[in-house]
Design a protein around this ligand. Sequence first.
Ligand code: MSP
Length: 643
Amino acid sequence: MNDKKTFYITTPIYYPSDKLHIGHTYSTVAADTMARYKRLQGCDVFFLTGTDEHGQKIEDKAKEAGVTPKEYVDNIVAGIKELWKLMNISNDKFIRTTDGYHEKAVQRIFEKMYEKGDIYKGKYEGLYCKPCESFWTETQAVDGKCPDCGRPVYKAEEEAYFFKLSNYADRLVKYYEEHPGFIEPVSRQNEMINNFIKPGLQDLCISRSSFKWGIPVPVNPDHVIYVWLDALTNYITALGYAGEDDSLYKKFWPANVQLIGKDIVRFHTIYWPAFLMSLDIPCPDKVYAHGWVLLEGGKMSKSKGNVVDPVILAERYGVDALRYYLLREIAFGSDGVFSNENLINRINSDLANDLGNLLSRTVSMVEKYFAGTIPAEREASEYDANLIDTAKTAAQKAQENLDALNYSVALAEIWKLISATNKYIDETTPWILAKDESNKAKLANVMYNLCECLRITSVLIAPFMPATAPKIREQLGIEKDFVWDEAFTYGERATYSVVKGEIIFPRLDMQKEIEELSAASGVKENPLKEEIEGIAKIDIDEFAKTDLRAAKIIDCFPVKKAKKLLQLTLDVGTGENRTVASGIAKWYKPEDLIGKTVILVSNLKPAVLCGVESCGMILAADAGEDDVKVVFLDGVPAGSKIR
Ligand code: MSP
């Protein structure tokens, strides 16, 4: 990140189609932590979040609910704003893509690109479902049917406007090369180049006439602007770009960092910079794609009924505990698994034991030994140097890691200081020192170092835990307002007068919490376990009815009319070959399969799949979100029975 005195950070703008869950909270908490950190460093910060409100999905949901799209989104957006308030999110602005100034600015942006020759009228081709008035792609349609209503779809085309994305391929690659750090983690950049740019960028359809809920295309009001041009440009329209007053734009653009989830990297690192290049304005310094908050059974989804509600957790354990857990548990950039058990463990060990206990022990000791105020006369101990060094290192490392958006590492570094401070109590044994009046100066020194370390901790955790930091400072009897650099001023404070307060993180009873949480949230603690345990049991005779055989793939080719299917010719050891159609084309190339031995369910009744008579089925595993792995056998002769 650069050293500009201004700092502009954004989150994605959220779809107000459902209630937000813990995964959405993750992005916003991460951005908020960075915004707070930069403010503490004295930067003039602008932190933007908001909602992405147009598109067919919202139009459909509103229709279902019997309200206008605007009424529909107003209701959900109010809930989102409440959630950010609860989570202590310090955004400077909340943009809604239905805000009038945004809509006008997007139209001006469209016109600018159109005048430049980057937008042209063409034809959008897809699979169309007439009753739903929806276009679908080949992969979205299910066996040639509409995924929404199940009725047949047919090939259709509609007039649409296109953005000349194909013209920007070389400029994008050059931009990435010249700006290392533009896309982070860097693996995402390779993904973009290899998966999207190298195979050839297609022009991008940026209008639709099959639905109405969107910003009208200025040169043709029968069309609405298709969502990504509308959505992405929020990052500049929020600052007044193409609006009446663009002073914020002049001050803050280009953004220092744009945080996004890993699923929307393509839009932010290909479409977005191409749009900006078309407008002749600079690209953001950095687009950082974080990973996903998953559950043990995989993704959170409303249909699985396993969406974790941040409101329940924040109200129960406090916002700071939740913020801490999210940023500590998951390495930013990677996926991480959320579980109630891990959350409670973290609260008990890191917050209640390590930090909370340290504060209450320290304050109690200062009260007990010195009636609340540490005397000025102090005598150093042999353990001080190590502790002071740890405090300085923690501040330095927390800063370095925050600068690199390594939130979890920054927290781990801060916790090294907390552990070292706890260890210092054990080393210096203040309760023994207190027994002898002649040790008064030594005891005062120990208390002073404990308070200094807690003060520094309060500064370092403040961006992460904005409500806890002032509570610590209050008990240490020091001012609530401070700057980041105060983490680097060990030993400059004259003394401390402490004021005992409440326990900042009470210990939780794991068993009780797990039970009550599961009941309150409806979230299954281990959905996979429950799924497996919930499956009806069969006896051995029933299983024996399934004939499983080793079969060798001797030929394999794609099924012409069905993108998902491969046709396999199998040697089943009988001298006669079998034909099986398998829906694995997305994961395997025919040449990777020929010669391999697989497991065949040989006595499955034949079925015709897209014109192929399939006599049996081969076994494969659902190996994760959208991943399938065929079960291969090694060194087993064709025809061998598997039992
Ligand atoms: N509206 C678009 C973004 C437009 S930005 C110009 C969108 N909205 S979203 O509501 O579906 O998702 C918003 C963000 O939440 C995305 O960055 C997405 O990756 C993130 N998350 C949604 N579920 C998530 C998890 N389970 N975990 C972490 N983040 C996830 O996409």
